[in-house]
Design a protein around this ligand. Structure first.
Ligand SMILES: *Cc1c(COP(=O)(O)O)cnc(C)c1O
Length: 360
């Protein structure tokens, strides 16, 4: 079986973890600080604060920028559920916006319609789905014109760029995830980045039990800290990230050339941005049959996502933000992600393309 996702871990990660274990100091310390410093430099961001997961990073970010009860926050209908949960945790209301079914990302036209329907909405959380940056020029312009705070969920897009600017640098703050299926991992982990010192400071307090000084608590915070064990893995992975992303892009380029089956729709790759292919997601008409065929041929695959967020049980009564998300529904009914991770061999890549071309 060719696995559909696979983290690449080596001697560097082992050495980093061993060093932390032998030091006897496992909680947040020098490795976390170093990881924050290096990630900041990598991403050209001003401040970075490590967290225990992408989800806790998103939640801490939301609270730090002042999202709370009574606020409405626009978010894509098509993402992993954590994007919307982070909004709900704060007591705010997610307002789901449809996507462009070609890119999978938030549709600026649909966002504009939603903004008009929900005057006074406070923020928009943009997700760069599968590693492809959203239409940032249009979204930034809309957010500025309507005075809506812009936030980014970069969990799937570390290293991706839009017109030369890395994701995570377009709004007030952004969150990343280092879950093992992402383009780099720390085991579990996440990061908030922001250009604002005030937001950075607030995130630090929120993730650390509401304390700036030990045992003096100024608000009800959480324990969302990253440990030095996780940071050591993250540091080793960060050093390899550019190579991983290059390989993913190469693998996607191979599929783009070699998959020629007309029944299969390949992902769009706009030329003005760097897509880092956390997933290589194709669209097929009869998914059930297609995925059974892939399994039979030993090719791992994933369906991201079979059900859009507003149709998930906790969200069925949320305000729609306009329409019934036909774009998101369409993609959810047809999407299949095939292996694109950096450890695929040339033989495996050829095999995947051949198997897909013989389908039908
Ligand atoms: C993975 C992911 C998250 C959550 O990250 P965790 O580290 O798993 O908590 C949030 N948003 C998106 C879009 C994701 O893909």
């Amino acid at each position: 079986m060719i696995p559909h996702v696979k983290p690449l871990l080596g001697k560097e990660e082992e050495a980093g973890v061993l060093e932390v274990l032998r030091s006897g100091m496992l909680a947040a310390g020098s490795r976390v600080e170093e990881f924050e410093r290096q990630f900041c430099a990598y991403n050209n961001s001003r401040h970075a604060i490590a967290a225990s997961s992408g989800t806790t990073a998103l939640h801490a970010m939301m609270e730090a920028v002042g999202i709370g009860p009574g606020d409405k926050v626009f978010v894509t209908a098509y993402s992993f559920i954590a994007s919307a949960n982070a909004i709900l945790y704060t007591g705010a209301t997610p307002v789901f916006v449809d996507i462009d079914p070609v890119t999978g990302n938030l549709s600026p036209g649909e966002l504009e319609k939603s903004i008009k329907k929900h005057p006074g909405a406070k923020a928009v959380l943009v997700v760069h789905i599968f590693g492809l940056p959203a239409d940032m020029d249009k979204i930034v312009e809309l957010a500025q014109r309507h005075k809506i705070m812009l936030l980014e969920d970069c969990a799937q897009a570390v290293g991706a760029a839009y017109r030369g600017v890395k994701v995570g640098n377009f709004g007030r703050a952004a969150a990343f995830s280092y879950y093992p299926t992402k383009n780099m991992t720390s085991g579990e982990g996440g990061m908030v980045v922001t250009g604002e010192p005030g937001v950075a400071e607030k995130v630090r307090i929120i993730i650390n039990q509401g304390q700036r000084r030990r045992y003096f608590h100024e608000l009800v915070g959480y324990n969302y800290r990253m440990s030095d064990v996780h940071a050591a893995i993250g540091l080793a992975q960060l050093a390899k990230l550019e190579g991983f992303n290059r390989k993913r892009i190469e693998n996607a380029g191979f599929y783009e050339k070699r998959i020629t089956n007309p029944a299969v729709e390949k992902p769009a790759i706009p030329t003005d941005r760097v897509h880092v292919f956390n997933q290589y997601t194709i669209r097929v008409p009869d998914r059930e049959k297609f995925t059974l065929y892939l399994t039979e041929k030993g090719i791992g695959h994933g369906v991201y996502y079979p059900l859009i967020i507003p149709e998930q049980i906790p969200y069925r009564n949320a305000p729609s933000g306009g329409g019934h998300w036909p774009g998101a529904r369409k993609l959810a009914g047809r999407c299949v992600s095939i292996p694109v991770h950096p450890s695929l061999t040339p033989e495996e890549l050829r095999y995947v393309a051949e198997v897909i071309n013989s389908y039908g």
